[in-house]
Design a protein around this ligand. Sequence first.
Ligand SMILES: *Cc1c(COP(=O)(O)O)cnc(C)c1O
Length: 498
Amino acid sequence: MKSSENTTSDPELRSLYSSLPSLNDLLLNADFATILQVESHSTVVRSTRAVLLRVKQEIAEGRYTHASLKNFLAELHLAVADEINQRKRYSLRRVINATGVILHTNLGRAPLSASAIEHIVEIAAGYSNLEFDLETGERNRRDVHAKELLLRLLSIRAGTIDENSAAAPRAAVVVNNCAAATFLALNSLAEGTDVIVSRGELVEIGGGFRIPEILAKSGAHLREVGTTNRTRLADYEAAISAETGLILRVHQSNFSIEGFTERPALQDLVALGKRRNIPVFNDQGTGLISSLEGLGVQAEPTLLDSFRLGVDLIAASGDKLLGGPQCGLLLGRIDLIDRIRKNPLMRTFRVDKLTYAALEATLMDYVSEKADSIPIFTMLHASPLEILRRCEWVASQVRSGDLFAEAVPVLSLIGGGTAPAARLQSSAVSLRHATLQPQALLRALRQVEPAVIGRVCDDTVLLDLRTVEPEFDATLVSLLEKAARVASVSNPLSFDQK
Ligand SMILES: *Cc1c(COP(=O)(O)O)cnc(C)c1O
């Protein structure tokens, strides 16, 4: 630090540098004594050094006059306190999702139900029978935990009361996510063989998960059939050869093709697979249990449909429309699941006890008819009128003179690569700031704690309250006012104008 002071030839900069107090002087200052009462000496020293270093850099960049530096130094203790708080912050933090996108992958997809959280806390705090059979006292496999409940749930909903009925014995395993499930299934069942896929389903799911690439990595050979918009059952049938190991059906979850399109019903593919003795693997993706038709979302395929149709193997995400933790579910024929379980790679994709705890509790919510306590259900089914009322209330409470808030109609998205065409009628708090551009206001909203994540539309910031828990409404009001203040202070136009 000293060197930069000594090497500069600019007398103005030298004089600014020399007005900086020494660390020792600062620590004797009364304001610092207050901080030292609650923070350790070394913490205060480290943070003060960091703040002083930053100021020196800013001086070098010509960002201070004597007057503005003096103002800043008068409140240096606040900057240090701020620095200390910053250093205590976790990297992973709670945010308020006001985007209206219910399954926002960047914001962590599905929030968990109260029972899932309770079960995680219980299991995390102590030991558990993760791989231990309490009956025999012997070692057990971890994958028994969610399996029974998943199969019970699907059997109950499908109307086949006995989940272990000989008619269609099924098994299941849980892995880290649906991408892992798909990879593991392909590698376990189709390595070195042809996998038949429609050209309309060679999709990228997001985050770089591309079906052709995953398929190649799994060691299977892609056998494309049909065209982007039209694939017929006959195309699949014609492609079947002695080399065929699997027929893959991928849910075109994150886009929709409209117009001149055709693809066989899943049912017909299953029948073809049975006839020709080729297993059908359905990357179902969403994990949706019951249809969304009540919300006006038509023809979104469900995990239950795939199960009912007796698809040989199904993969689905745990944290999309199932509303549980991040994981991948693989369920299907016992012989196929056995091959997957025996794959040495299974060990590398296994999930931890907290995932089992959350998944099991989420499934239990469904089985015990408490599915409406799963947060994504509350959000999916929130009444537009209710959301409008909340937006009006929040808008009416904003007292900042710089901020103009009103309730406006918007459309929410389901997100997470599900039901891409679906829109849910909703409302948002629309915000304008007296001097700030919407992007700057949006940024200021991300800087408060907890951060508020909204979106810009035309020249306003929109906060869709469908995805905000109602208990945060009052907090939101104070966060908006805080953001308006933060924004005015950090507005570059007001920098150095003190
Ligand atoms: C979302 C999705 C995936 C990937 O699931 P992750 O759990 O995010 O790995 C795979 N396939 C389909 C069809 C999907 O919709």
